[in-house]
Ligand binder design. Structure first.
Ligand code: C6P
Length: 396
């Protein structure tokens, strides 16, 4: 059996999404900015896709959604755009992010730090979540931007975005949220959350890879990252990825339609797997179920390196991860577990399991059996398990 439990890294394209995209590769392939019929025949599908995106996140007509190539681009655009607008050409010099943001945020901030920008990396609590009241103390009159994710990609923990948005609004500070792991898992309403900018990637909600977006609240200026033609109202130049945009629109519509299914069915299967893991001695699941997106489990299995577990699972056809896919080749310990206060030994034992609406009960039953056997086998041959220190996690 092949079981895909790495849906926080990427998801399968929904067949309905795929079939909507197909005509725009070989039939209606014109450049939508061309003046001839080949160009204009994709316009209705593009308009429909943009409507699906606006509806999906509750954007107003006056707001902007600019299509990009992925969330990494959107995130870099916000952080560097605000740098140009408010720091280079303004009187601000400070950005606040959480210490558990995705590397796209952290690396962009490190780059600006080298240019002299003051960056605050907000600490998280023992569940890996930024508490809104912590933020208030760090905002100063020099703060240009707060960037806090909606849900964490490693733990699945949901952040108090509405409270954070309200604080930023009250203090007059721009607020960006990385919405990548929230869309399709929980309701996302940019009005309620008071966000000025939100990044997302289609491939995380059963859309295609290579297309994402940036929500921009009405009236917010943001210097472009890509200069060129007048695409996307001049905000993001480059020939439009028509199949990608059509696919992302459909994927957004289906993501919203399936939210109840996520909350009931995906969560039920996740909980079944989680309950079985909790029966295995000396395992520790990060964050409470109630405050997590419905599909994610981050577990530490004492005495077993995450990579060894992945190897065993993979041999049995099961795909999981030790954390963020883009950091997995570095074989470093899980940075979110370290931020929570886990010692390095413990942070090396992280295993992330992430389900989707395509995960079946049979797959979960099979995974439970394989996982139990893998833990028994790996612990029996582990040279470190017998000597593994008692768990000591300073903040847990
Ligand atoms: N996280 C993971 O395994 P891109 O690669 O640009 O489509 O998305 C980047 C990104 C940004 N923010 C969050 C919260 C994310 O989870 C991701 C992608 C994957 O966790 C791959 S590193």
């Amino acid at each position: 059996m092949r079981v895909y439990l790495d849906n926080n890294a990427t998801t399968v394209v929904d067949p309905h999404v795929f079939s909507e995209m197909v005509p725009y590769f070989c039939q209606m392939y014109g450049n939508p900015n061309s003046l001839h019929q080949f160009g204009s025949e994709s316009h209705p599908a593009l308009r429909k896709a943009m409507d699906q995106l606006y509806t999906g996140i509750n954007a107003n007509d006056e707001d902007d959604i600019v299509v990009t190539s992925c969330a990494t681009e959107s995130i870099n655009w916000v952080i560097k755009g605000v740098y140009f607008d408010k720091i280079v050409n303004g009187d601000k010099n400070h950005i606040i992010v959480s210490e558990v943001e995705h590397p796209a945020v952290i690396s962009a901030c490190k780059f600006l730090e080298d240019l002299g920008v003051h960056i605050t990396y907000l600490p998280v609590n023992s569940d890996g979540v930024v508490e809104a009241r912590t933020l208030r103390d760090f905002i100063t009159d020099k703060t240009a931007l707060v960037s806090i994710m909606w849900a964490n990609n490693e733990t699945g923990m949901i952040f108090p975005i509405e409270e954070i948005g309200a604080i930023c609004k009250e203090k007059g500070v721009l607020f960006h949220t990385d919405g990548v792991q929230a869309i399709g898992k929980i309701p996302v309403d940019v009005q309620k959350a008071n966000v000025d900018f939100m990044s997302f990637s289609a491939h995380k909600f059963h859309g295609p890879k290579g297309v994402g977006g940036l929500y921009i609240r009405a009236g917010q200026a943001l210097s472009p990252l890509f200069h060129g033609g007048e695409h996307m109202g001049g905000r993001r130049s480059g020939t439009l990825n028509v199949p990608g945009i059509v696919g992302m629109g459909k994927a957004m519509e289906l993501a919203v339609d399936n939210l109840d299914f996520e909350k009931n069915n995906v969560q039920r299967l996740r909980n079944k797997l989680e309950d079985a893991i909790e029966q295995i001695p000396e395992t520790l699941i990060i964050g409470t179920k109630e405050q997590r997106v419905p599909n994610t489990i981050l577990v530490s299995v004492k005495g077993i390196e995450g990579e060894a577990m992945l190897w065993d699972l993979n041999k049995n056809g099961i795909a999981a991860s030790t954390g963020s896919a883009c950091a997995s080749e570095a074989l470093e310990s899980n940075p979110v577990m370290e931020a929570i206060g886990a010692e390095a030994d413990l942070a090396h034992t992280a295993l992330r399991l992430s389900l989707s609406r395509f995960t079946t009960e049979d797959e979960i039953d099979y995974t439970i059996e394989v996982l139990k056997n893998a833990v028994t086998r790996l612990r029996s041959i582990s040279s470190t398990y017998a000597y593994a220190p008692e768990w000591h996690v300073s903040k847990l």
